[in-house]
Design a protein around this ligand. Structure first.
Ligand code: ADP
Ligand code: MG
Length: 725
């Protein structure tokens, strides 16, 4: 039962106050079919909006089942509407991008109905309003009469005791009008149906009460058919909107408008790209900066290299190596670390080549063959290395002397690698050749500190004879001067060897003198006075130069971004690590520091700008969806639920855009897609940055949803309808 007592509603517009309705007194009951007529501007719509809680009133009192409503808050109005009132609007206020089914379903979702109840009831209602054929048609494609029938079905699905229709037949031809009115009359049996019309004739056969209005006042209030008046309003039982329903609507809204979808998708992609290129850009310029740095000890200063030593300075054993090999982020290990930083010169009559070794295993060549025999090597260069390209026919299967190693090698293959600089050549040696040259390399690199009987000597040339026992040494005669009585027999010789890679100590106690008589037992050639030889056997020789030991190795990681993580892992495993990246000295360092601060400031400004641009663009798009959210609201959806539906929609966009991004990353990382810019940028991203970007997107969506939700609920429903764009 609805009752109005002296109710007035005023409109304020441009500083002018206009009366919508003045001092209305009225009582309406369940079972009535109330027809309100009057000329345009007489206050019919205003009265309806007040009755249905779509708009507020300024004076008087409206009673619902005897309860006063003038103190009602927004929330209480919403509850009142949810329990009692459905509206059928003159302009339908359907969701145009939804199908007939989805529009009717929406009302039931807002009621919190169960999934299994929804399907049957919606189908029933579609049948009742004779739209079965159009069940899956988008509402935007329907005629006015069909839309009106959808609106009626939606009102019925919403299942409230009061149904309010403002000019339901206003824009329809007489045939459709008649069928709509019959439908309404049919449902008015156990409801209160209030219909506004300015065409009284077509409706009078159904009416039980006629109200005629003029200038905001009631001129006539006449009962036409008596009905049983004792039924009081029964509020409808409604549940909360289920989470699943909110998720479903959010996802549906993401995809149902293709143009909006594309726009939003691009905005989110734009945000992701900006975040990625900002982060990647900073990392990249830092990386470039370190590339220009130099280091006087190391030739191979790639940022992917980490040098390892054991914390107790002992030699690496097989167990160490296999443990390190198990770290999946590592690309390869170079055990003869010194080879990384060794320069090689190859020479035949007219060609001269120089370069470092390529120490990762190769399993193919582009020209020629992989090495089979000991002295065969492969030359590696960039495809665009014009020097090599010019002479490549003169290189293959030619002998070269390996300067300072007393060895000849033969180039049997050429391999092109893109990631080499175009002016660089590398050589690939097989394991046998490496074993052959290692003693030379070690010897060349190693400094010896020798003490005879604890007295340091300047120099000794250490030679090998396999006629000696372990621990036995022959020294040139003149070294005896370091021992008392010119006799070193029972004394001690200590040889400390050291280079930047390793250090080692070998002690000899079995000391003999090399003289003219025994010289040719051990060495070829002629004896000379004043020679400065130490002769040891091969085993001891290898000990001195640590030929069998690895005190230092290098690991090369697969991707630069994992540098810190791998270094940390190795540290935790008990190794001291040195990232080559940190060893480089760059003269520009100070300027770079200042630039870095600038870059940081610019980044922050850029990020804030992106945030706001995206925020406003998204808001603009959503403003155009005002209608949708006001429609939800008129179906009793409260602020929190509206925000949640919008949030679900935005999060779906975020997830779609993010998934596409991740998909791109996977394609690029697997070389299935070439996108150089993105490739440079993502190589610096670790899972932490991926997570951070995702979080920023989520926060952005939540902020937008909250802001928007507050805006939709700032004004009364009718006012918001007016605001739609
Ligand atoms: P009807 O539906 O009978 O045509 P309305 O209820 O729409 O009449 O209008 C009643 C009076 O209130 C009219 O004078 C109209 O100009 C005024 N009015 C209606 N809506 C507004 C509004 N949103 N702002 C200002 N004045 C309004
Ligand atoms: Mg009107």
């Amino acid at each position: 039962m609805l009752k109005l007592k002296n109710v007035s509603k005023y409109y304020y517009q441009d500083g002018v106050i206009a009366a919508g309705i003045t001092k209305i007194n009225l009582e309406l009951f369940l079972g009535e079919f109330v027809v309100i007529t009057g000329e345009s501007g007489s206050g019919k719509s205003t009265l309806l909006n007040v009755l249905s809680g779509l708009d507020t009133y300024e004076e008087g009192e409206m009673y619902i089942n005897g309860e006063e409503t003038s103190h009602y808050t927004e929330k209480e109005y919403l509850e009142y509407r949810q329990k009692y009132v459905s509206n059928i609007f003159q302009n339908f206020n359907l969701v145009n991008s939804y199908t007939v089914y989805q529009n009717i379903e929406l009302a039931m979702l807002m009621n919190g109905s169960k999934k299994k109840d929804i399907k049957d009831k919606v189908n029933d209602l579609i049948k009742k309003v004779n739209l079965t054929k159009y069940k899956k048609t988008k509402v935007s494609k329907l005629s006015g009469g069909q839309k009106q029938r959808v609106a009626i079905a939606r009102a019925l699905a919403y299942d409230t005791p009061i149904i309010v229709c403002d000019e339901p037949t206003g824009s329809l031809d007489s045939k459709s009008s008649k069928s709509i009115l019959e439908l309404l009359a049919n449902i008015s049996k156990d409801k209160l149906v209030i219909v506004v019309t300015h065409n009284q004739n077509e409706i009078m056969e159904y009416a039980t009460r006629l109200i005629r209005m003029h200038d905001g006042k009631i001129l006539e209030n006449r009962v036409i058919q008596k009905i049983n008046l004792d039924a009081s309003l029964q509020e409808k039982s409604a549940q909360k909107i289920s989470m699943l329903a909110k998720l479903k609507l959010g996802i549906r809204n993401t995809f149902n408008l293709p143009v909006k979808f594309m726009l939003m998708f691009f905005i989110f992609c734009f945000i992701i790209l900006t975040l990625v290129s900002n982060y990647g850009g900073i990392e990249d310029s830092e990386n470039t900066e370190s590339l220009y740095g130099i280091n006087q000890y190391f030739y191979n200063t790639t940022d992917k290299r980490i040098i390892l030593k054991k914390k107790d300075n002992s030699s690496f054993n097989e167990e160490d190596i296999s443990k390190i090999e198990n770290i999946s982020l590592i690309d390869y290990i170079v055990q003869n670390d010194v080879l990384n930083d060794q320069y090689f010169y190859l020479n035949n009559k007219n060609i001269y080549l120089d370069g470092t070794l390529y120490l990762k295993k190769i399993d193919r060549v582009d020209i020629g063959n992989l090495p089979k025999n000991n002295n065969e090597i492969v030359l590696i260069s960039n495809k665009d290395n014009y020097y090599i390209n010019d002479i490549k026919d003169e290189l293959l299967n030619k002998e070269f002397s390996l300067d300072s190693y007393d060895l000849n090698v033969k180039i049997v293959g050429i391999l092109y690698l893109d990631d080499l600089d175009f002016y660089v050549t590398n050589f690939y040696f097989n394991d046998n050749l490496i074993n052959q040259i290692m003693p030379y390399v070690n010897r060349e690199y190693t400094n010896l500190d020798i003490k005879i009987d604890n007295k340091p000597i300047d120099y000794a040339d250490i030679l090998v004879s396999n006629k000696l026992l372990d621990g036995e040494i022959y020294i040139s005669e003149n070294y005896n001067a370091y021992c008392s009585n010119y006799d070193c027999h029972n004394k001690e010789i200590e040889i400390n060897s050291h280079n930047i890679y390793k250090q080692n100590k070998v002690i000899f106690t079995n000391i003999n003198t090399l003289n003219k008589k025994n010289y040719n037992n051990y060495l070829n050639g002629d004896y000379e006075d004043n020679n400065s030889y130490f002769i040891v056997n091969e085993n001891d020789y290898n000990k001195i130069y640590s030929n069998q030991d690895n005190y230092q190795i290098s690991v090369f990681i697969k991707e630069y971004k994992d540098l810190n993580e791998v270094a940390k892992t190795l540290n935790n495993m008990g190794y001291n690590t040195l990232k080559l990246k940190d060893t480089k000295i760059n003269d520009l360092n100070q300027i770079m520091q200042i630039l870095k601060i600038f870059k940081l400031i610019i980044t922050i400004i850029l990020l804030i700008t992106v945030f706001f641009i995206s925020y406003f663009v998204i808001k603009l798009i959503y403003k155009s969806r005002n209608n949708y959210y006001v429609t939800l609201r008129s179906l009793g959806c409260n602020k929190n639920d509206c925000i949640k539906i919008l949030r679900n929609e935005l999060l779906t966009f975020v997830n779609v855009a993010y998934l596409v991004f991740i998909f791109l990353v996977i394609l690029i990382n697997n070389n299935l897609l070439k996108f150089t810019y993105l490739e440079t940028m993502i190589k610096y991203l670790t899972y932490k940055e991926y997570l951070l970007i995702y979080l920023i997107l989520i926060i952005l969506s939540i902020l937008i949803a909250n802001r928007y939700g507050k805006k939709v609920f700032k004004n009364s429903i009718m006012k918001n309808y007016g605001e739609r764009i």
